[in-house]
Design a protein around this ligand. Structure first.
Ligand code: DAH
Length: 346
């Protein structure tokens, strides 16, 4: 047998054996393969390179077979989520099947929604993917406006019918236009629009104790005749006092949002130390809590509401922040962490 024939014979032998192996990778340790490699140094120099290449090709062929088989065996064993639940399979101890609990954020959203509905606000839901029109255009961010960059948005590769990527909403304000349109008929019939939207929001943040990529906001919108900023302050103060079950002082400072004019940053006296100064308020006595303002005429116009007749206020507050302050939670990342020792405290 010449050297080439020897390789061909070894190949047939190895391929045959491969079929019957339970552990396919064992073929790479086969005696025949090792022997072929060990012959190389003893060959005449002019034979060495051609032989070496052939042995190597065989070895690569076998490796590819093993790889392809292991990939397809993974594919062949998908998890069947519809399979009947087998009660004989012991459940992991850290997941008691008889005991579940409501996530603290969901619980607090229910508490807040209850406060608002008692004040006459309807509760609306947001969505987890939206378009540029609702994220920016209806909120008076013209195309190319630098304030668009203030929102670190996640965008999709797919585009909408106008060729724009879709956005995981970076604030619940994306719902303002929809809410205004939905209740416009009531407004024209003389009833103010009063709605809150508590839901999930997303930002491409650098994560730390105060920043999370997924968080919750609660948007509020109130529109009617003769609505003014004093009503905004009073509404938020009442809600926060009810939520923290405490008398609180509030403070507004001028700010900028494209969708409100004037815009404010709303602060409240620290519910923990009553302005004495503590860790929660970074020894300031006050906590900058949320953005708010009088709805910009262009936002009303985008919903075909006449700003000469109607005015309104709006705000957006981070729910995680409110809950962190209520319970003294020091790191926002606990909420999305699925840590049971954290969740069980609620
Ligand atoms: N959408 C703003 C944000 O996430 C918060 C906000 C500010 C909402 C003012 C409002 C508002 O409705 O009027 O930064």
């Amino acid at each position: 047998m010449n050297t080439s024939e020897r390789i061909a014979a070894a190949r047939i032998e190895l391929l045959n054996r491969y079929k019957s192996l339970d552990t396919k990778a064992d073929i790479l340790k086969a005696r025949e393969l090792k022997e072929l490699f060990s012959i190389i140094p003893s060959l005449e120099p002019h034979e060495r390179s051609a032989f070496g290449k052939e042995v190597n090709a065989l070895s690569v062929e076998l490796k590819r077979l093993v790889e392809a088989d292991s990939e397809s065996s993974e594919e062949l064993a998908p998890i069947d989520v519809t399979a009947p639940f087998d009660i004989n399979v012991r459940q992991p101890e850290f997941l008691p099947v008889t005991q579940g609990s409501i996530h603290p954020l969901m619980n607090e959203i229910a508490v807040l929604s209850d406060i608002f509905s008692r004040m006459g606000f309807v509760i609306e839901e947001s969505r987890e993917i939206d378009d540029q029109y609702h994220m920016f255009e209806t909120l008076n961010f013209p195309a190319g406006h630098p304030a668009r960059d203030d929102y670190d948005t996640f965008m999709t590769q797919e585009t909408d019918k106008d060729g724009h990527p879709l956005i995981a909403p970076a604030h619940t304000s994306t719902m303002q236009n929809r809410v205004l349109r939905k209740y416009k008929a009531n407004l024209l019939a003389g009833e103010p629009i009063a709605a809150v939207v508590p839901d999930r929001t997303f930002r491409n943040e650098d994560l730390d104790a105060r920043h999370e990529h997924t968080f919750y906001q609660l948007e509020g919108v109130y529109v009617g005749k003769g609505v003014h900023a004093g009503m905004l302050v009073a509404t938020l103060q009442s809600v926060l006092q009810e939520y923290y079950q405490k008398e609180l002082e509030v403070r507004v400072n001028p700010f900028y949002f494209p969708f409100t004019e004037p815009s404010f940053e709303f602060a409240l006296s620290c519910p923990f130390c009553s302005k004495e100064g503590c860790k929660v308020c970074s020894y300031e006595g006050w906590i900058e809590l949320l953005g708010c303002g009088m709805i910009h005429p262009n936002v009303l116009k985008a919903a075909e509401i006449d700003p000469a007749v109607y005015t309104g206020f709006a705000w957006g507050v981070g729910v995680d922040r409110l809950v962190m302050m209520k319970y003294g939670i020091e790191d926002v990342r606990h909420f999305e962490s699925a840590k049971l020792d954290f969740l069980r405290q609620f």
